[in-house]
Write a protein that binds this ligand. Sequence first.
Ligand SMILES: [Zn+2]
Length: 495
Amino acid sequence: MTASATPGAAPRIDRRYPASRLVKDRAVFELARVDGKKRLLVETPDGRTPDGLETETSQGGACPAVCPLTPANSAWMRRAFPHLAPTANPGRSNSIGLGDRLGKAASGHLQALAGLPVFPVLAQQSMRELRLTGRTYEEVLAAATWAVLETGWKDGFGADGDHLKTGEELDYALGCGFTMITLDCSDHIDKALATLPDAEIHARYLLLPAPEREDLEARYLAGGEPRLAELGVSMDRPGFERRVLTYRGAIAHSVDMYATRIAKSDRKLDFEVSIDETATVTSPADHVFVALELLRRGVRPMSIAPRFCGEFQKGVDYRGDLAQFQVEFAAHAAIARRLGYRVSVHSGSDKFLVFPIVGKEAPEGFHLKTAGTHWLEALRVLSAHEPAMFREILRVALASLPDARNFYHISGVAENVAPEASLADAQLPGLLDQDDARQILHITYGHVLRTAEPDGGTLGDRLHAALDRLEPEYAAGIARHLKRHTDGLGLRRGA
Ligand SMILES: [Zn+2]
């Protein structure tokens, strides 16, 4: 070592990530695990770290600078290497959203998706998930950036501000560089309408401004909209009035957010309109009405997320009438195809029964969102390698279940989970294959991560440290589980 301000020992490198190596202006960048922590190593011919990168060590001539994986450093890398920055979908027909609540799953995701005809949306997180995990969008995007660097992925990726509701939330995600916005319209859909009788709906409909009613009736009841027949739907008056009342607020909100944010952006963005969190199933006629009204008012969605029949509960397979789902999904997919966007499937983790239908009926036009299942795969790794910690996690999950139910709806109940004390260590991974345990572990992640420890840290800190030690096992678990999804969807290499 020469010319170092504070000469020290060369950093102890525990693991290298050779696929991460990049060179720019004779500076060499590479990820490594240094003294147990993942870091960016930067080596330059003159020993000077490029301006703007934060470093932890002063650099000696023969030693690389060690840079922490901060959001600021990830932003620096995205500026230096554009392939590390998210983009809108460049035109691949299918996409898959991959939420990563711990910021550790994306390299496994990319391993699983290598060579498949699907565009990955790596940084997908909702405000609810940000709050429950205590993360920021800057951190979510940084985690995706480092995973793309680590794996040497060059095929592009997206970043989804998921289930955003307000202009402020959109501004936050867009300001951080997110490239996809999923607008959650549920606050603009009156759930009470679903239970009102037709007479009450009619009375409320008559309170709408007359010009609005006349315009819509001319289009949808009097034959003014020729695409209704082409799209295979017809509308009677009671259904029409209910539809207008149910969706007019969601349509207006989407038009407003699109006009004031998406259309004004200087970047290409993917805009998804989600009407999935409503009290009633979205019928094909509802879908057509929403889509035609959005298109007429200038909105160009990348995707629309209807609420499908049956139940898409967290962490478990589809529950419902699969034959009916097949018929209705085919109708939704055909509508989306005709009108020029994709159909989006939310809560798509572990829906192995529906994947073949999605792949068959929307072969060139689906977006599938997955998230919590990747957290469950982390727990599966811990159950096998850190049984004592997994038992603690399970106890916290069961204790916090009543509170977690305020954030998520599941049907799983604690009584159906075998008492942890009665299970041998070797039986613990089996809990990750039991629906009730899966659902309970799925929705209590925020409580688990935040649980305070006597030393001032959290259970989350220990969980992160354990997963760092088990990094190859976690990546392999993620890749194996995601492959079951992509196989089910019929995604094939070289297709
Ligand atoms: Zn949703």
